[in-house]
Design a protein around this ligand. Structure first.
Ligand code: PAF
Length: 285
């Protein structure tokens, strides 16, 4: 496994693999890798012959007062996990390498519409930071395929839109949510939860399961499904609900009815102390 910290060295490594005729895959991450990331790497290795993982805690996607400084940074563990998972290249740039002019003066990519709803209401500059860094990573690595997790549902919808709008020649693949044995969606931020919040966090999964079951049993009124989603989270003492929504799978428009021919997704977000958790589930195929 090669570890590149500069853009030219990452490009050189990938170009060599491409010259050998290998299909290039990329898994962008912010490190603090867990089994969810490893599932993305495994998928990437299935779809490509050369697996690159980027590890970069992207300052541009954190707002003032968010957890940029305390975001877990465990490079040695991450490298060990990548090596064991059969990764070919880890790209671990510095902030100066990715943002040579500094974040405030950087050129940004905006994906209107999908950036300022749900997570974007609470984190108004988050998605332009995500879109910008991911486009930069695509330009550096030029992957044939890039793998993202379904847990960040809005993120993958926005990145798909960006790639389509900017004609970026990359296939975006989304891997289903990987969960802890008790059902909590894996996240690098789960380590912030105290035992009470950790127990309370299971309300998200319970809410989604109840909504999926209601729709499977024939419920098609989206407001009723919203109520089903809200109730377990609102009755959980450790949680403050941010949103519980039923949306179109591609446009993220709020739905009135759940109907055949339009895939519906439930999105939930809640705060447990200072930690925000998000989760989602498809309600229809
Ligand atoms: O999902 C993440 O970890 C980040 O948002 C990403 C895609 C690596 C961009 O920094």
């Amino acid at each position: 496994m090669q570890v590149a910290t500069t853009i030219p060295s990452a490009r050189q490594a990938v170009e060599q693999a491409r010259a050998e005729g290998r299909r290039i895959g990329l898994v962008p991450t912010m490190g603090a890798l867990h089994a969810g990331h490893l599932a993305l790497v495994e998928e990437c290795r299935r779809l490509a012959d050369y697996a690159a993982v980027s590890i970069f805690v992207n300052p541009a996607q954190f707002g003032p007062g968010e957890d940029y400084d305390r975001y877990p940074r465990v490079l040695e563990d991450d490298l060990r996990m990548c090596e064991a998972a059969g990764v070919d290249l880890v790209f671990k740039p510095s902030a100066d390498e990715m943002y040579p002019r500094g974040v405030p003066d950087a050129t940004f990519v905006e994906v209107p519409g999908l950036s300022h709803v749900f997570e974007g209401v609470i984190r108004p500059t988050h998605f332009r930071g995500v879109a910008t860094v991911v486009l930069g990573l695509f330009e550096i690595v030029r992957p044939d395929v890039a793998v993202f997790g379904q847990k960040d549902y809005q993120q993958q919808a926005l990145l798909r839109r960006m790639v389509e709008d900017l004609h970026v020649p990359v296939e975006i693949v989304v891997h289903p949510i990987v969960r802890e044995p008790d059902g909590l969606a894996m996240s690098s931020r789960n380590i912030y939860l105290d035992p009470d919040q950790r127990r309370g966090s299971l309300a998200l999964r319970r809410a989604l399961e109840a909504a999926v079951a209601a729709v499977a049993a024939g419920e098609s009124d989206a407001d009723r499904v919203r109520q089903i989603l809200r109730s377990p989270i609102e009755s959980e003492g450790a949680a403050v609900l941010d949103y519980a929504e039923v949306v179109d799978a591609l446009s993220l428009e709020k739905l009135g009815r759940i109907e055949p021919g339009r895939t519906a997704v439930a999105l939930v977000a809640a705060r447990f102390g200072k930690t925000r958790l998000i989760d989602n589930a498809r309600l229809t195929e």
